[in-house]
Design a protein around this ligand. Sequence first.
Ligand code: PLP
Length: 392
Amino acid sequence: MTDHNQFDTRLIHQPQFRDKHTGSVNVPLHYSSTFHQESIDEFGPFDYSRSGNPTRQALEAAIAELENGAQGFAFASGMAAISSAFMLLEAGDHVLVSKDVYGGTFRIITQVLTQFNIDHTFIDMTDLDETARNVRPNTKVIYVETPSNPCLNITDIEGVAKVAKANGCLTFVDNTFMTPLLQKPLDLGADLVLHSATKFLSGHSDVVAGLAVTKNEEIGKRLGFVQNSFGSILGVQDCWLLLRGMKTLSVRLKQSSESARDIAQFLHYHPAIEEVYYPGFSFHAGYPIHRRQATGAGAVLSFRLPSKDCARVFVEHMKIPVFAVSLGAVESILSYPATMSHSAMPLAEREKRGITDGLLRLSVGLEHVEDLLDDIKQALEAVEKHVPAVHA
Ligand SMILES: *Cc1c(COP(=O)(O)O)cnc(C)c1O
C-alpha cells in the first residue's frame, strides 16, 4: 500500500514508478531477457525475463495495489490471463460460468478446456439459487463477469463468493468493464480478478494485454508458477504503455461514463430503439446490486434495434465511432456482437443470451457528448427512413 488514500492519487503515485537510481518519474523500459548474477550461489531479484522483469514488476505491483490485492500478474492478452487462470484446474474438474460471458472466454471453456476433460455449466448467474443448485462435487471455480457482455446483466459478486466458499470453490471475476476504479471484486470475496487490460485500463486502442490479481498467497504462488511455465507474459514495451494509460484511467472513465449515461437516456426514449441495456438505469433488474458493489455504471451500453437491417443502416450512418471489436478507448467504439465479439458462439446459444440480430454495443469514448448524440440522432433518422416499419 502507498500512503495515498484516494484512488486517483494512487493511479499516479506509486513507489515502484520512480527509478531508484536516476529519479526518473517513469519506470524504465528494462529491455533485458537475462540478468547478470554476482556468483554461483548468490542471485539477484531477477534472472530471466519470462520469470520476472523490473518493468513488468512495476505494472504487476500497480494493479495489485489498485485492486486491493497482494500479487499481480501481467499477461500477453486478456485471454492469456483468463486461460492461465483456468490452468489452476485439473482434469475432472468442473466450472460454473455466467451464460453471457465474453465470446473468447466461451471459446476456451467450450473448445479448449473440454480437451483436458474440464467440464462446464453455463447458468444465469444473476440468480443465486440457480448458481447454488448447479454446483457439483467437482466444481472448482465459479466464473463471474459483471456487468456481463454485451447485455450488461449484474451478478452479485458477494453472493456468488459466499456460495463458492460454502462449496470449497474459487470465485474468478472478469472486472474488465468496471476496472478497480468502479468495482473491487477482491473486497467482495472474490479469489481472483481478471482483466482484459486492452480495454479501459490502457484506454487508447494501442495495447493488447491481460492482468490477474489475487490476495490469496497460495493462489498467487500457483498462478506465478503457471505464468512462468506457460510463458504468456506481457512484453516490456506493452507493460510500459499500459502503466502510462492507467495513470489517466480515472479522468477517462469518469468522463466516458457521464456521456454514456446521457446517451443511454436518449436511446431509452427513442421510438426506434426496442431496448437499452445499461446498468445505470434505476429500473435495470440488477440496479440495486450494482449500486451496492460498484461506484458507477461504466461507459458501455447495448441497445436493440428491431432487425439486422436496422442495425446495418444505423452502423452505415454513424460517422464518429469506429465500427470495430473492442471497447474502453478514447474513441467511441460501436460493435455488432452477433458477428464480432460473439461470433464464436453458435446462433442458438447467442439468441438464448439475448444477442439477437438487432443488438449493437457502444463503448463511449471521450468525444464531446453533443457530437455523439447528434451523430446517433441522424443515424436513427436514417433507420426510420429506410425501415418505416419501425414505427409500427
Ligand atoms: C476483450 C475482453 C476479454 C479478452 O481480452 P483480450 O485482451 O482481447 O484477450 C475478456 N473479457 C472481456 C470482458 C473483454 O471485454
